[in-house]
Design a protein. Structure first.
Length: 636
């Protein structure tokens, strides 16, 4: 890549070598802690290391806990989403190592003489650290409720290290104070030049404040409001104020939706691609994790699961109205769907974000076929030509082949179409990796946060304006009524519409699990009597599905691929087009439906990993550990 990460993991050794004359190097073993705070290069290295450790990565594994995605090998939806499972980067959050580094930095950065490091630079450092600390505490609180709260460096004494959990309300107050303190710092810029893209700025602080207060107002936290805590109405009012301020401040600073007025559906698709793969941070990106690597031929390797058929169904039709899929049959097998791309109703007439987010079998998209080895026809002008997922295995005891239940879908988002393929296709060693930016906060989320808080405070007109702007950018026409396919007008039906819009607009950006959880949509209907999840029905009871590809021709699938020239014109001796040799078969992904437990709205803190080191931590109520029933009330 022609650019580098702004937050580089810097070695103190390299910094010193870079900054001192080659013939006059210091004894590196003699560098002390005090040297860090009076040496700008060392202090900057400490700052960069802390930011690198603390900036959040993918929340990919949580996709398999909703209809957003599923895993071919892991089933964790049946009352077993416990943090102890340690599923990748998904659930367990415990950021005290980085928080300790932040506290040390905040306590010591002013030691550096002003003639070596300006006060403005120090203030900018401090503001960024405050925002990062706020984010890290929020990341834990949304998992567990209240956690031990330390805003200064603890001494190594055993008594100081045994901190009990602070109340959830106390943690939220401390988090918001950090953000307010950062916002109040005059040297903290609202925007940054491209060379500093990825660094935290004041816009990040405003947007995070709105997000966090929105979460705190949501039913996950306001389901109970014990004495001494704010009412749900007061929380929604504060969330609205913060979300409105974030929207207005960011808009005034030049942030906005990227390419908000596409001329047609194809332009909307192209714009959505560019939003996520462009190396230049556009006006929609508020906070970004720079240059995470994806392997373009197998993008799903970066995710915990594949798109489910339920997610595919949830994308609207081209006019913005709901996609009317046939009812999914019960059991392990369903009807076979014709695979012909040009006539398949599942792939046609869908809103542009469907084509920008989902790769489906046979679509014209430069990805590698899965699992069966490449052939030269797959490559044209150094690009992969089509997306194939047929997976063939050979049973040594039989002459015929069997076909594994590989999904017909994959994640298309974040895949850079301009990456060339290198290697030998016949040897199966192709590579086409690409580094892309992973958005942590987008202006679209700021609008959606605002829409939700506006709805819950009786301002449905403001909420609908925000939704319409997002749907207009998505390439959905206004329609005769000017509602862009939105039929809900107020109250909980509008909340359900907003959550559905979040599921589509923020697809594979790490939001869906947390949105379902904060609205208690696993166990509770958002709208009484709702017929579908889109309309506000609870998720418990859902069985997810996928589509498996079957060779219906009786011929070797590899031979069929090798004979491929122009797939849409190819006919075999019997007159079948290429795709007519295959079927897409609907399969149930799991035998048991979702059964998310009431106690999972606030998870247990893993005893062996965290509590054993600090037994002053009380377990969450509704959970047990080796000491017995937990007593900590996360609603306080």
């Amino acid at each position: 890549m022609k650019k580098i990460l702004n937050y580089i993991v810097l070695s103190l050794t390299l910094i010193v070598f870079a900054c001192e004359d080659v013939l006059d190097k210091r004894d590196l073993g003699a560098i002390t802690t005090d040297d860090v705070w009076v040496t700008p290069s060392l202090l900057d290295g400490y700052f960069n290391q802390t930011m690198s450790d603390g900036i959040p990565g993918f929340n990919s594994d949580v996709t398999i806990h909703t209809e957003e995605g599923y895993s071919l090998t892991v089933n964790v939806v049946n009352n077993t989403v416990a943090v102890d499972m340690s599923i990748g980067d998904g659930i367990d959050k415990w950021h005290y190592g980085t928080i300790r580094k932040i506290n040390r930095f905040l306590e010591n950065v002013d030691i550096c003489p002003s003639d070596k490091l300006s006060d403005a630079a120090k203030n900018d450092y401090k503001a960024q650290m405050l925002v990062l600390r706020a984010y890290l505490y929020f990341d834990m609180v949304r998992v567990y409720g209240g956690v031990p709260l330390t805003l200064n460096t603890l001494s190594p004494s055993e008594d100081d290290l045994k901190l009990p959990r602070a109340k959830t309300s106390e943690c939220i107050s401390a988090i918001i104070k950090d953000l307010d303190d950062a916002i109040a710092i005059g040297d903290f810029p609202m925007t940054r030049a491209e060379a500093q893209a990825g660094r935290i700025n004041k816009a990040t602080a405003y947007a995070l404040k709105g997000r966090i207060l929105l979460y705190y107002a949501s039913p996950q936290f306001s389901h109970e409001t014990p004495s001494g805590t704010k009412s749900a109405d007061q929380r929604w009012s504060e969330a609205y104020t913060a979300c409105l301020e974030a929207k207005d401040k960011l808009t005034a600073a030049g942030y906005g939706l990227f390419a908000p007025e596409p001329a047609n559906a194809q332009e909307a698709i192209d714009n959505f691609y560019k939003l996520f793969v462009s190396e230049e941070c556009n006006k929609e990106i508020v906070w970004v994790h720079r240059y995470l690597g994806f392997t373009a031929q197998t993008p799903n390797n970066g995710w915990g699961g594949r798109p489910s058929l339920e997610l595919v169904y949830s994308f609207a039709k081209a006019d913005g109205t709901p996609f009317d899929a046939s009812e999914i049959p019960a059991g392990s097998a369903g009807p076979q769907i014709e695979m012909q791309v040009s006539t398949n109703p599942y792939w046609l007439n869908r809103e542009p974000r469907f084509y920008a987010n989902i790769a489906f079998n046979g679509c014209d998209f430069p990805l590698q076929r899965k699992s069966q080895g490449l052939v030269s026809e797959d490559i044209q002008d150094n690009k992969m030509r089509h997306f194939w997922t047929l997976h063939t295995t050979v049973d040594p005891g039989k002459s015929n082949k069997t076909y594994d239940a590989v999904s017909a879908f994959d994640v298309r988002k974040y895949v850079d179409l301009d990456v060339n393929v290198s290697g030998d296709p016949n040897a199966g060693n192709l590579t086409n990796s690409s580094g892309v930016d992973y958005p942590l906060i987008r202006y679209a989320e700021v609008l959606l946060n605002f829409a939700e808080a506006a709805t819950m405070t009786g301002r449905s007109g403001e909420a609908l304006d925000a939704l319409k702007a997002i749907r207009k950018r998505a390439g959905i026409p206004a329609g005769a009524n000017g509602n862009y396919g939105i039929t809900a007008t107020e109250g909980k039906p509008l909340i359900a519409a907003i959550l559905h819009e979040r599921a589509i607009e923020l697809c594979y950006e790490g939001f869906r699990f947390w949105d379902v959880r904060r609205w208690r949509q696993y166990t509770d209907d958002i709208v009484d009597g709702a017929a579908t999840i889109r309309e506000g029905r609870k998720i418990n009871g859902l069985i997810r599905h996928n589509i498996a590809i079957r060779n219906d021709s009786g011929k070797d699938d590899i031979a069929l691929f090798k004979s491929l020239s122009e797939y849409d014109a190819l006919s075999d001796a019997g007159g079948k087009t290429y795709f007519e040799n295959f079927k897409n078969e609907i399969l149930a992904n799991e035998q048991q439906p979702f059964s998310f437990g009431e106690n999972e709205y606030f998870f247990r803190i893993p005893f062996e990993d965290h509590i054993r080191a600090n037994e002053a931590i009380e377990q969450t109520q509704g959970w047990t550990d080796s000491r017995g029933q937990g007593k900590f009330n996360p609603y306080e």
